[in-house]
Write a protein that binds this ligand. Structure first.
Ligand code: PMP
Ligand code: GLN
Length: 397
Protein backbone atom coordinates (compact mmCIF):
# COMPACT_ATOMS: atom_id res chain seq x y z
CA UNK A 1 0.00 0.00 0.00
CA UNK A 2 1.19 3.52 -0.69
CA UNK A 3 2.28 5.49 2.37
CA UNK A 4 -0.19 7.99 3.81
CA UNK A 5 0.79 11.58 4.56
CA UNK A 6 4.16 11.78 6.30
CA UNK A 7 3.25 14.57 8.71
CA UNK A 8 0.13 13.00 10.19
CA UNK A 9 1.00 9.32 9.91
CA UNK A 10 2.36 8.05 13.20
CA UNK A 11 1.65 11.26 15.12
CA UNK A 12 0.55 10.53 18.69
CA UNK A 13 -2.97 11.45 19.85
CA UNK A 14 -2.93 14.96 21.41
CA UNK A 15 -1.72 15.18 24.98
CA UNK A 16 -5.07 16.70 26.02
CA UNK A 17 -7.11 13.74 24.77
CA UNK A 18 -4.50 11.29 26.07
CA UNK A 19 -4.53 12.72 29.59
CA UNK A 20 -8.34 13.04 29.66
CA UNK A 21 -8.65 9.36 28.73
CA UNK A 22 -6.11 8.42 31.40
CA UNK A 23 -7.97 10.51 33.99
CA UNK A 24 -11.26 8.78 33.13
CA UNK A 25 -9.61 5.36 33.28
CA UNK A 26 -8.29 6.00 36.81
CA UNK A 27 -11.20 8.03 38.18
CA UNK A 28 -8.83 10.98 38.58
CA UNK A 29 -9.67 14.67 39.00
CA UNK A 30 -8.85 16.03 35.57
CA UNK A 31 -6.74 19.18 35.82
CA UNK A 32 -5.14 18.28 32.48
CA UNK A 33 -7.13 19.35 29.42
CA UNK A 34 -8.16 22.99 29.64
CA UNK A 35 -11.90 23.37 30.03
CA UNK A 36 -14.13 24.88 32.73
CA UNK A 37 -16.39 22.52 34.72
CA UNK A 38 -19.18 25.08 34.86
CA UNK A 39 -20.90 26.12 31.62
CA UNK A 40 -21.00 29.78 30.65
CA UNK A 41 -23.98 32.18 30.90
CA UNK A 42 -27.44 30.58 30.91
CA UNK A 43 -28.92 33.32 28.71
CA UNK A 44 -26.39 32.54 25.96
CA UNK A 45 -27.28 28.86 26.12
CA UNK A 46 -31.01 29.67 26.13
CA UNK A 47 -30.53 31.86 23.08
CA UNK A 48 -28.80 28.97 21.28
CA UNK A 49 -31.62 26.60 22.28
CA UNK A 50 -34.26 29.03 21.08
CA UNK A 51 -32.43 29.51 17.78
CA UNK A 52 -32.15 25.75 17.41
CA UNK A 53 -35.89 25.23 17.93
CA UNK A 54 -37.35 28.34 16.34
CA UNK A 55 -34.55 29.81 14.25
CA UNK A 56 -32.66 29.00 11.11
CA UNK A 57 -30.98 25.61 10.80
CA UNK A 58 -29.58 25.70 7.27
CA UNK A 59 -26.22 26.92 5.97
CA UNK A 60 -25.51 30.42 7.22
CA UNK A 61 -23.41 32.82 5.08
CA UNK A 62 -19.90 31.47 4.51
CA UNK A 63 -18.21 34.37 6.32
CA UNK A 64 -20.47 33.98 9.35
CA UNK A 65 -23.84 35.34 10.51
CA UNK A 66 -23.98 39.12 9.94
CA UNK A 67 -25.01 39.58 13.60
CA UNK A 68 -21.88 37.81 14.84
CA UNK A 69 -19.56 39.58 12.41
CA UNK A 70 -21.00 42.88 13.61
CA UNK A 71 -20.58 41.83 17.25
CA UNK A 72 -16.93 40.85 16.66
CA UNK A 73 -16.23 44.18 14.95
CA UNK A 74 -17.91 46.02 17.84
CA UNK A 75 -15.92 44.06 20.42
CA UNK A 76 -12.71 45.05 18.61
CA UNK A 77 -13.69 48.70 18.92
CA UNK A 78 -15.00 48.45 22.47
CA UNK A 79 -12.04 46.61 24.00
CA UNK A 80 -9.09 47.75 21.86
CA UNK A 81 -10.16 50.75 19.78
CA UNK A 82 -9.63 48.68 16.63
CA UNK A 83 -11.73 49.60 13.59
CA UNK A 84 -12.67 46.40 11.73
CA UNK A 85 -15.07 46.14 8.81
CA UNK A 86 -17.83 43.70 9.90
CA UNK A 87 -18.54 42.69 6.29
CA UNK A 88 -15.02 42.21 4.97
CA UNK A 89 -12.79 42.07 8.05
CA UNK A 90 -14.38 39.28 10.13
CA UNK A 91 -14.59 35.56 9.48
CA UNK A 92 -16.41 33.09 11.75
CA UNK A 93 -14.81 29.64 12.08
CA UNK A 94 -15.47 26.36 13.85
CA UNK A 95 -13.24 27.18 16.78
CA UNK A 96 -9.84 28.86 16.99
CA UNK A 97 -8.33 25.58 15.80
CA UNK A 98 -9.99 25.93 12.41
CA UNK A 99 -9.04 29.61 12.37
CA UNK A 100 -5.37 28.69 12.90
CA UNK A 101 -5.53 26.11 10.14
CA UNK A 102 -7.20 28.58 7.74
CA UNK A 103 -4.68 31.34 8.46
CA UNK A 104 -1.67 29.05 8.07
CA UNK A 105 -3.00 27.51 4.85
CA UNK A 106 -3.80 30.91 3.42
CA UNK A 107 -0.42 32.48 4.17
CA UNK A 108 2.14 29.73 3.74
CA UNK A 109 3.71 28.59 0.48
CA UNK A 110 5.90 25.48 0.64
CA UNK A 111 9.40 26.56 1.71
CA UNK A 112 8.28 29.68 3.59
CA UNK A 113 9.59 30.08 7.10
CA UNK A 114 7.23 30.45 10.04
CA UNK A 115 8.35 31.46 13.52
CA UNK A 116 6.85 29.61 16.48
CA UNK A 117 7.49 30.36 20.13
CA UNK A 118 8.16 27.38 22.40
CA UNK A 119 6.54 26.08 24.54
CA UNK A 120 3.82 26.05 21.90
CA UNK A 121 0.20 25.05 21.64
CA UNK A 122 0.07 21.57 20.19
CA UNK A 123 -1.60 22.06 16.80
CA UNK A 124 0.79 24.80 15.59
CA UNK A 125 3.62 22.57 14.50
CA UNK A 126 1.73 19.90 12.51
CA UNK A 127 -0.44 22.54 10.83
CA UNK A 128 2.61 24.58 9.82
CA UNK A 129 4.52 21.55 8.62
CA UNK A 130 1.53 20.20 6.69
CA UNK A 131 1.34 23.54 4.89
CA UNK A 132 4.96 23.05 3.85
CA UNK A 133 6.50 25.64 6.17
CA UNK A 134 10.02 25.44 7.46
CA UNK A 135 9.65 26.04 11.21
CA UNK A 136 12.00 28.31 13.18
CA UNK A 137 11.43 28.14 16.90
CA UNK A 138 12.35 30.58 19.62
CA UNK A 139 12.08 29.62 23.28
CA UNK A 140 10.80 31.53 26.27
CA UNK A 141 12.16 30.18 29.53
CA UNK A 142 10.75 30.19 33.05
CA UNK A 143 10.34 31.61 35.60
CA UNK A 144 9.78 34.94 33.83
CA UNK A 145 9.25 33.50 30.33
CA UNK A 146 10.98 36.53 28.78
CA UNK A 147 11.29 36.61 25.04
CA UNK A 148 14.96 36.73 24.05
CA UNK A 149 14.84 39.52 21.51
CA UNK A 150 18.26 38.65 20.05
CA UNK A 151 17.17 35.05 19.49
CA UNK A 152 13.95 36.33 17.94
CA UNK A 153 15.87 38.53 15.52
CA UNK A 154 18.10 35.59 14.57
CA UNK A 155 14.98 33.56 13.75
CA UNK A 156 13.83 36.10 11.15
CA UNK A 157 15.10 35.95 7.58
CA UNK A 158 14.05 37.07 4.13
CA UNK A 159 12.10 33.83 3.87
CA UNK A 160 10.02 34.52 7.00
CA UNK A 161 6.37 34.64 5.99
CA UNK A 162 4.78 34.79 9.43
CA UNK A 163 5.10 34.54 13.19
CA UNK A 164 2.46 32.71 15.19
CA UNK A 165 2.00 34.53 18.47
CA UNK A 166 -0.12 33.15 21.30
CA UNK A 167 -0.89 35.91 23.77
CA UNK A 168 -1.81 35.27 26.62
CA UNK A 169 0.29 32.16 26.18
CA UNK A 170 -0.71 28.56 26.82
CA UNK A 171 0.91 26.74 28.69
CA UNK A 172 3.21 29.42 30.17
CA UNK A 173 0.47 31.76 31.42
CA UNK A 174 2.69 34.52 30.02
CA UNK A 175 1.38 37.85 28.79
CA UNK A 176 3.67 39.58 26.29
CA UNK A 177 4.36 43.16 27.34
CA UNK A 178 4.31 46.21 25.12
CA UNK A 179 8.08 46.22 24.68
CA UNK A 180 8.09 42.62 23.46
CA UNK A 181 5.16 43.30 21.16
CA UNK A 182 6.89 46.37 19.76
CA UNK A 183 10.04 44.33 19.06
CA UNK A 184 7.93 41.78 17.17
CA UNK A 185 6.15 44.55 15.26
CA UNK A 186 9.47 46.14 14.25
CA UNK A 187 10.77 42.82 12.93
CA UNK A 188 7.55 42.14 11.01
CA UNK A 189 7.95 45.46 9.24
CA UNK A 190 11.70 45.02 8.66
CA UNK A 191 11.27 41.55 7.18
CA UNK A 192 7.89 42.19 5.55
CA UNK A 193 6.11 39.37 7.39
CA UNK A 194 2.64 38.66 8.85
CA UNK A 195 1.44 37.68 12.32
CA UNK A 196 -1.16 35.07 13.16
CA UNK A 197 -2.27 36.16 16.62
CA UNK A 198 -3.87 33.44 18.72
CA UNK A 199 -5.63 35.54 21.35
CA UNK A 200 -8.18 33.02 22.61
CA UNK A 201 -7.37 34.03 26.22
CA UNK A 202 -7.78 37.76 25.51
CA UNK A 203 -10.31 38.12 28.35
CA UNK A 204 -8.57 35.74 30.74
CA UNK A 205 -5.85 38.05 31.96
CA UNK A 206 -5.14 38.89 35.59
CA UNK A 207 -4.04 41.41 38.20
CA UNK A 208 -5.24 44.55 36.45
CA UNK A 209 -3.38 43.88 33.19
CA UNK A 210 -5.04 44.85 29.92
CA UNK A 211 -4.76 42.71 26.85
CA UNK A 212 -2.79 44.38 24.05
CA UNK A 213 -3.47 42.90 20.61
CA UNK A 214 -0.36 43.04 18.42
CA UNK A 215 -2.76 44.37 15.81
CA UNK A 216 -3.24 47.55 17.84
CA UNK A 217 0.41 48.60 17.42
CA UNK A 218 1.31 51.08 14.70
CA UNK A 219 1.68 49.51 11.27
CA UNK A 220 0.31 46.15 12.43
CA UNK A 221 -3.29 46.33 11.25
CA UNK A 222 -2.31 45.34 7.70
CA UNK A 223 -0.15 42.44 8.86
CA UNK A 224 -2.17 40.75 11.61
CA UNK A 225 -4.86 38.10 11.68
CA UNK A 226 -6.33 38.16 15.18
CA UNK A 227 -8.08 35.01 16.44
CA UNK A 228 -10.62 34.78 19.27
CA UNK A 229 -12.69 31.90 20.66
CA UNK A 230 -16.16 31.91 22.20
CA UNK A 231 -15.16 28.67 23.90
CA UNK A 232 -12.85 30.60 26.20
CA UNK A 233 -14.69 33.91 26.43
CA UNK A 234 -17.99 32.27 27.40
CA UNK A 235 -16.78 29.06 29.07
CA UNK A 236 -18.36 26.93 26.34
CA UNK A 237 -15.36 25.08 24.93
CA UNK A 238 -17.47 22.38 23.25
CA UNK A 239 -19.20 24.90 21.01
CA UNK A 240 -16.16 25.49 18.81
CA UNK A 241 -17.04 28.96 17.62
CA UNK A 242 -14.02 31.07 16.69
CA UNK A 243 -13.53 34.34 14.85
CA UNK A 244 -10.76 36.04 12.91
CA UNK A 245 -10.39 39.79 12.53
CA UNK A 246 -8.13 41.20 9.87
CA UNK A 247 -7.69 43.57 6.96
CA UNK A 248 -9.82 42.86 3.94
CA UNK A 249 -7.07 41.78 1.54
CA UNK A 250 -5.47 39.46 4.04
CA UNK A 251 -8.73 37.92 5.20
CA UNK A 252 -9.83 37.06 1.69
CA UNK A 253 -7.50 34.04 1.11
CA UNK A 254 -8.21 32.96 4.70
CA UNK A 255 -11.92 32.86 3.85
CA UNK A 256 -11.06 30.72 0.82
CA UNK A 257 -9.25 28.24 3.08
CA UNK A 258 -12.31 28.25 5.36
CA UNK A 259 -14.78 27.70 2.53
CA UNK A 260 -13.07 24.43 1.63
CA UNK A 261 -12.49 23.28 5.20
CA UNK A 262 -15.76 23.66 7.10
CA UNK A 263 -17.53 26.28 4.94
CA UNK A 264 -19.74 27.35 7.86
CA UNK A 265 -20.30 27.01 11.61
CA UNK A 266 -23.68 26.16 13.28
CA UNK A 267 -25.89 29.28 12.91
CA UNK A 268 -27.69 28.84 16.24
CA UNK A 269 -24.41 28.91 18.16
CA UNK A 270 -23.26 31.92 16.16
CA UNK A 271 -26.45 33.82 17.04
CA UNK A 272 -25.95 33.08 20.73
CA UNK A 273 -22.27 34.13 20.67
CA UNK A 274 -23.28 37.38 18.92
CA UNK A 275 -25.50 38.17 21.88
CA UNK A 276 -22.80 37.12 24.34
CA UNK A 277 -20.15 39.46 22.95
CA UNK A 278 -22.36 42.39 23.85
CA UNK A 279 -22.40 41.45 27.54
CA UNK A 280 -21.79 44.18 30.04
CA UNK A 281 -18.29 45.00 31.36
CA UNK A 282 -19.11 43.30 34.66
CA UNK A 283 -19.32 39.94 32.88
CA UNK A 284 -15.78 40.22 31.61
CA UNK A 285 -14.51 41.47 34.98
CA UNK A 286 -16.10 38.57 36.84
CA UNK A 287 -14.71 36.06 34.32
CA UNK A 288 -11.11 37.14 34.86
CA UNK A 289 -11.59 37.91 38.58
CA UNK A 290 -13.01 34.47 39.33
CA UNK A 291 -10.26 32.74 37.39
CA UNK A 292 -7.55 34.80 39.12
CA UNK A 293 -8.98 33.67 42.48
CA UNK A 294 -8.88 30.05 41.28
CA UNK A 295 -5.30 30.49 40.12
CA UNK A 296 -4.41 31.69 43.62
CA UNK A 297 -6.35 28.92 45.33
CA UNK A 298 -4.67 26.16 43.36
CA UNK A 299 -1.29 27.91 43.35
CA UNK A 300 -1.24 28.33 47.12
CA UNK A 301 -2.29 24.72 47.63
CA UNK A 302 0.41 23.41 45.31
CA UNK A 303 3.08 25.68 46.84
CA UNK A 304 2.25 24.37 50.34
CA UNK A 305 2.86 20.86 49.08
CA UNK A 306 6.31 21.83 47.82
CA UNK A 307 5.71 22.47 44.12
CA UNK A 308 7.56 25.50 42.75
CA UNK A 309 4.72 27.44 41.21
CA UNK A 310 5.63 29.73 38.31
CA UNK A 311 3.79 33.07 38.14
CA UNK A 312 0.80 33.11 35.78
CA UNK A 313 -0.55 36.33 34.25
CA UNK A 314 -3.38 34.85 32.16
CA UNK A 315 -5.03 31.69 30.69
CA UNK A 316 -6.49 28.68 32.56
CA UNK A 317 -3.12 27.24 33.48
CA UNK A 318 -0.47 27.13 36.19
CA UNK A 319 2.91 25.62 35.41
CA UNK A 320 4.92 24.16 38.28
CA UNK A 321 8.50 22.94 38.56
CA UNK A 322 8.45 19.40 39.98
CA UNK A 323 12.22 19.19 40.68
CA UNK A 324 11.95 19.60 44.48
CA UNK A 325 9.11 17.09 44.78
CA UNK A 326 10.86 14.58 42.50
CA UNK A 327 14.00 14.94 44.61
CA UNK A 328 11.97 14.17 47.74
CA UNK A 329 10.58 11.11 45.98
CA UNK A 330 14.11 10.07 44.95
CA UNK A 331 13.16 10.02 41.27
CA UNK A 332 14.42 12.00 38.29
CA UNK A 333 12.17 14.96 37.42
CA UNK A 334 10.43 13.48 34.37
CA UNK A 335 7.15 15.27 33.62
CA UNK A 336 5.60 12.45 31.56
CA UNK A 337 6.31 9.76 34.15
CA UNK A 338 5.25 12.13 36.94
CA UNK A 339 1.86 12.91 35.34
CA UNK A 340 1.25 9.20 34.74
CA UNK A 341 2.13 8.28 38.34
CA UNK A 342 0.15 11.18 39.79
CA UNK A 343 -2.92 10.08 37.81
CA UNK A 344 -2.61 6.44 38.83
CA UNK A 345 -1.68 6.93 42.48
CA UNK A 346 -2.93 10.37 43.59
CA UNK A 347 -5.88 10.30 41.18
CA UNK A 348 -5.11 13.82 39.98
CA UNK A 349 -4.25 14.50 36.33
CA UNK A 350 -2.11 17.28 34.87
CA UNK A 351 -0.28 17.71 31.57
CA UNK A 352 3.48 17.30 31.00
CA UNK A 353 4.85 20.55 29.56
CA UNK A 354 7.40 18.70 27.40
CA UNK A 355 4.44 17.96 25.09
CA UNK A 356 4.48 21.66 24.14
CA UNK A 357 7.91 21.44 22.55
CA UNK A 358 8.99 20.41 19.11
CA UNK A 359 9.79 16.72 19.23
CA UNK A 360 12.41 15.05 17.05
CA UNK A 361 11.23 12.61 14.37
CA UNK A 362 12.10 9.76 16.69
CA UNK A 363 10.42 11.28 19.73
CA UNK A 364 11.58 13.65 22.43
CA UNK A 365 14.47 15.89 21.48
CA UNK A 366 17.35 15.97 23.96
CA UNK A 367 17.11 19.56 25.10
CA UNK A 368 13.41 19.72 25.99
CA UNK A 369 12.85 20.68 29.64
CA UNK A 370 11.42 17.77 31.62
CA UNK A 371 10.64 19.31 34.98
CA UNK A 372 7.45 21.25 34.26
CA UNK A 373 3.85 20.19 34.70
CA UNK A 374 0.73 22.20 33.77
CA UNK A 375 -2.40 22.26 35.98
CA UNK A 376 -5.73 23.69 34.79
CA UNK A 377 -7.48 25.80 37.43
CA UNK A 378 -10.76 26.62 35.63
CA UNK A 379 -12.63 24.26 37.96
CA UNK A 380 -15.05 24.54 40.90
CA UNK A 381 -13.31 25.49 44.16
CA UNK A 382 -14.45 22.20 45.68
CA UNK A 383 -12.71 20.32 42.85
CA UNK A 384 -9.48 22.28 43.27
CA UNK A 385 -9.58 21.66 47.04
CA UNK A 386 -10.22 17.95 46.53
CA UNK A 387 -7.26 17.76 44.15
CA UNK A 388 -4.98 19.40 46.71
CA UNK A 389 -6.25 17.00 49.43
CA UNK A 390 -5.52 14.01 47.21
CA UNK A 391 -2.04 15.30 46.38
CA UNK A 392 -1.35 15.96 50.08
CA UNK A 393 -2.21 12.35 51.00
CA UNK A 394 -0.17 11.04 48.09
CA UNK A 395 2.92 13.07 48.94
CA UNK A 396 2.69 12.08 52.64
CA UNK A 397 3.41 8.45 51.80
N1 PMP B 1 -5.25 28.19 20.92
C1 PMP B 1 -4.93 27.99 22.20
C2 PMP B 1 -3.73 28.66 22.77
C3 PMP B 1 -5.71 27.17 23.00
O1 PMP B 1 -5.39 26.95 24.27
C4 PMP B 1 -6.82 26.53 22.42
C5 PMP B 1 -7.59 25.54 23.23
N2 PMP B 1 -8.72 25.92 23.59
C6 PMP B 1 -7.13 26.78 21.07
C7 PMP B 1 -6.30 27.60 20.34
C8 PMP B 1 -8.29 26.15 20.38
O2 PMP B 1 -9.48 26.81 20.60
P1 PMP B 1 -10.88 26.25 20.07
O3 PMP B 1 -11.37 25.29 21.09
O4 PMP B 1 -11.74 27.47 19.92
O5 PMP B 1 -10.62 25.58 18.77
N1 GLN C 1 -6.76 24.24 24.74
C1 GLN C 1 -6.96 23.13 25.62
C2 GLN C 1 -5.73 22.95 26.49
O1 GLN C 1 -4.71 23.59 26.29
C3 GLN C 1 -7.24 21.83 24.94
C4 GLN C 1 -8.08 21.84 23.72
C5 GLN C 1 -8.06 20.49 23.09
O2 GLN C 1 -8.14 19.49 23.76
N2 GLN C 1 -7.89 20.45 21.81
O3 GLN C 1 -5.78 22.15 27.39
Amino acid sequence: MKPTNQIYTGLPTTIFETMSRLAAQHGAINLGQGFPDLDGPLEIRLKAADELLNGYNQYPPMLGLPALRKAVAEANRRFYGLEIDPDKGVLVTSGATEALSDCINALIEPGDEIILIEPLYDCYLPLAERAGASVKSVRITPPDWRLDLDALRRAFSDRTKAILLNNPQNPAGKVFDRQELQAIADLLIEFDAYAICDEVYEHIIFDGRSHIPLMSLEGMKERCLRIGSAGKTFSLTGWKVGYISGPEGLLDPVAKAHQYTTFTTPPNLQAAVAEGLGKEDAYYQVLSGDLAAKRDRLGQGLAKLGFDVIPCAGTYFLTVDISTIADRMHVEPDDVAFCQKMTEEAKVTAVPVSAFYRQGKTGAAEDIPRQFVRFCFSKKDSVLDAAIDRLASWLDH
